[in-house]
Design a protein around this ligand. Sequence first.
Ligand code: UT7
Length: 328
Amino acid sequence: MGIKILGMGSYLPEQRLTNDDFTKFVETSDEWIKTRTGIAERRMAGWEPVWYMGAEAAKKAIAEAGIAPEDIGLVIAATATNDFHTPSVACLVQNAAGAVNAAAFDVNAACSGFVYALDTARRFLETDESMKYVLVVASEALSRFLDFGDRSSCILFGDGSAAAVIERSDKPFASALGADGSGAPLLYARSVGVAEEVKVESGYDDGFSEKRLHKLYQDGKEVYKFATKALPKAFNLAADKAGISAEDIDWFVPHQANIRIIETAAKNLGAPMEKFIVTLDHYGNTSSVSIPLALCEAVGKGLIKRGQKLALVGFGAGLTYAAAIFEY
Ligand code: UT7
């Protein structure tokens, strides 16, 4: 059993931060950022809540799908930057979007989160016949966790949200979800309330650096190495299940972390760059949002059309990776 995306929506905070803006607080340049990452600008949420951005994207997706919000059976939110430890973003979106009959929970698989959530949604639709529609929302405000003194990480990320309403279809669907928890200390942000003292008092070394308490820490080089392998690996695992190859894919919608990662993956997969949707130049890396945002934009521009075969491929903190192959 497969899925059909009935409608999509996105919401982006208005504030734009260009590469030149960063030169005011770290030693960097537009030229370095563009050449090493492909990013030109990104959006910043300020204090706009993650759930609010998610709800705005969800309302647009529901309107485009042309369904009643009461008919949604489940809301799954992908996020790594929830405004609350509890409740979930999904519960707040459920309420704001009027999905009064839906169950709701969050998925935290960082930048692979949307693909994890989409695959989970498909499994719910497959096993519960009473469920008509699932709303999958990704929403992030990474800017709240950035160390704006660390030039190697703060220039990479952006904020925003995107959502999709899905229903079951009889078209093929293949997915592969994976993780390597041994790489967790390479990219993380420790929860507020868990201070260094906890580690010291307990005498327990959890292997995480304390350099950036409660801020995002990334070992860029190691994550880069992981990403260039994880992208083709996740795709190939899903493609093997589907019995297809890269040639059969009309559009790759990869996680938008760095243009060089996408170019390397394209080369390794033997697929032309023209088949890869790229939005990181204007949104940066929006973690779980990057894939549905790119998908939503490409559909809106008329690039991705009904009946075309898509490969969504994510990778990120955890470390996690995930791919889903299906027809739009
Ligand atoms: O979404 C989760 C997945 N995340 C990723 O996929 C990110 C993966 N990593 C990357 O994309 C890249 O590793 C970065 C963009 C983070 C860094 O690019 P890089 O080409 O690996 O640079 P580097 O870390 O090797 O640094 C090269 C030099 C260093 O200077 P020295 O030591 O050679 O003098 C850095 O200090 O570039 C310096 N540098 C910068 N210079 C200007 C690092 N950041 C900056 C900057 N502006 N913003």
